[in-house]
Design a protein around this ligand. Structure first.
Ligand SMILES: O=C([O-])CC(=O)C(=O)O
Ligand SMILES: [Mg+2]
Length: 531
């Protein structure tokens, strides 16, 4: 096949009806398109009408990704101009359903896949990627997709969705983004038995085999694209902390669930502290869920407490972590996973087995859910908590919506409209006793596009805790005092591109301050970012 037809079949080159008459002559497109030339505004109007005509969110998701497969330019134009409407489709929560049904709904491949069958050949395989330059990679092994568990290769929707936000939220070029799945097996029986499942059908690899695969992948990637930024995403707790420790000082990389979520919740917490007017050092925080996100968030809050003069030990004592076995203590008789040890309480002789018992005992100012267990903040728990504080902070952060620890409506009702609420997945505004509450979305989507852009643009040697802390403060400062008093702790989503500029600018400043930016210092960093 030759000429114009190939252009129409390439999602990057294709402009569809927007090719003008001169272009149609030049590229051999005459006769291959309906006669009238349209502007992208007209094309987008039609695409929006088509999007709206679908009933289910999953159909809308499929429509958008198929549109992208035909015409990247139109897809991103539509997304950027309808971000608030389409974010819950291309991203959380619909992307979760799309991952669960990935094998059933598969139409065409996006991104790249590497499995144990390909061992020793990763570097060579990278040369099959059609684009010369890659600036950013999001890589998952599908082992902990949102709060949905081990989805194996079906998890590809997450790297794809995150990178769409890197483009829409921070201006990365679509052709320079690469979504990746490392297929290391799957432990979910449903997928092993599913005839439409597209990953390798075996149990997950042993640790040595797994780490060898990851090592081969990262070495291959940095050999081919030395400047690339790698974001680790939705990797289970047994591996994600080790991977981050192994690679954070070796390559330019970060883990979005530990550090991105940590940063975004720190931002929300900074503003919740402003709203409650209780000093940071006096907060008592009960965390339900001690995985990547829970520990990542606590570490970020601890770093802010240290900055304000507390020692690490004092700061960590303000946290009470609860997991499936109850309050995490040093003496409860089980072998604690390494990442939980720093937050294990040493001051309990009786074992508190349930979240309710812990809330009764601790009388927390903040209750933070990153457990992946839907509706685990019961009426009794939220009411109990609300007895003791005027403005209880209730963060129900697990994704997608079905896994939120409680809904926005429940939190406002059970706290009699007093709580400062945020969730990981979006909730609609809630009417309660004549008042409209707009729940904040404490989702790492506010942080990773700007953080990644800043770290990549200045070619930082690594992503430091200070850069992550700076990103959080920048996000927090986007809500003013008058808004904070009403319980609004995150800015509106429509501001996301502007926020990404600010975050990237401040992250670059920080990298220069720390002496780890490797480009020549631009005269005006903000203008450099905007360009
Ligand atoms: O993807 C999201 O919405 C946030 C996130 O990283 C997760 O839940 O794992
Ligand atoms: Mg994630």
């Amino acid at each position: 096949m030759e000429g114009g037809y190939n252009i129409l079949r390439s999602s990057f080159a294709n402009k569809g009806t927007a090719f003008d008459q001169d272009e149609r002559k030049k590229y051999g497109l005459r006769g291959l398109l309906p006669p009238r030339t349209e502007t992208i505004v007209e094309q987008a109007e039609r695409a929006l009408a088509q999007f709206t005509s679908f009933q289910s969110n999953l159909e809308k998701y499929i429509f958008l990704n198929c549109l992208r497969d035909r015409n990247e330019t139109l897809f991103f134009y539509l997304l950027v101009n309808n971000l608030e409407l389409m974010m819950p489709i291309v991203y959380t929560p619909t992307v979760g359903e799309a991952c669960q049904k990935f094998g059933n709904e598969f139409r065409f491949a996006q991104g790249m896949y590497f499995s144990s069958q390909d061992k020793g050949q990763f570097r060579e395989m990278l040369d099959n990627w059609p684009h010369k330059e890659v600036d950013i990679i999001v890589v998952s092994d599908g082992s902990r997709i949102l709060g949905l568990g081990d989805l194996g290769t079906n998890g590809m929707g997450i790297p794809v969705g995150k990178l769409q936000l890197y483009v829409a939220g921070a201006g990365f070029h679509p052709s320079r983004t690469l979504p990746v799945i490392i297929d290391a097996g799957v432990n979910t029986k449903k997928y092993l038995d599913d005839k439409f499942y597209l990953g390798e059908k075996h149990a997950r690899l042993s640790d040595p085999e797994y780490y060898a695969l990851m090592e081969e992948f990262l070495v291959a990637v940095y050999n081919k694209w030395p400047k690339v930024l790698v974001q680790f995403e939705d990797i289970s707790n047994d591996h994600c902390f080790t991977l981050l420790e192994n690679y954070r000082n070796r390559f330019l990389c970060f883990n979005d669930d530990i550090q991105g979520t940590g940063s975004v919740i720190l931002a929300g917490f900074i503003n919740a502290v402003r709203a409650t007017q209780i000093p940071l050092k006096d907060h008592r925080m009960v965390f339900f869920g001690a995985g990547s996100a829970g520990i990542g968030v606590a570490d970020c809050i601890v770093s802010l407490m240290e900055e304000q003069g507390m020692t690490k030990e004092e700061a960590r004592k303000r946290f009470w972590f609860v997991d499936s076995k109850g309050l995490i203590t040093t003496n409860r008789g089980d072998e604690l996973a390494e990442h939980k040890k720093a937050y294990a309480r040493t001051d309990y002789t009786t074992q508190l087995k349930s979240l309710l018992e812990v809330v009764k005992d601790v009388k927390p100012t903040a209750l933070v859910g990153l457990s992946g267990i839907g509706r685990s903040f019961t009426q009794e728990i939220v009411e109990e908590m609300s007895k003791n504080v005027e403005k209880p902070i209730v963060f129900s952060l697990s994704n997608p919506t079905s896994n939120a620890e409680c809904t926005a409506e429940q939190a406002y009702q059970w706290s009699e409209g007093r709580c400062i609420f945020a969730s990981g997945s979006p909730f609609a505004p809630v009417e309660y006793r004549g008042h409209t509450f707009v729940p904040g979305q404490g989702n790492n989507m506010y942080i990773f596009p700007g953080l990644g852009l800043g770290a990549f643009l200045c070619q930082s040697l690594r992503v430091t805790d200070e850069m992550i802390n700076t990103a959080a403060k920048t996000l927090a400062s986007n809500v003013d005092d008058a808004e904070v008093i009403t319980g609004k702790i995150y800015p509106g989503l429509s501001k996301i591109r502007e926020i990404s500029v600010q975050i990237a600018t401040n992250v670059i400043e920080k990298a220069f301050e720390q002496g780890i930016a490797t480009i020549q210092r631009p005269e005006n960093i903000e203008q450099f970012v905007r360009k």
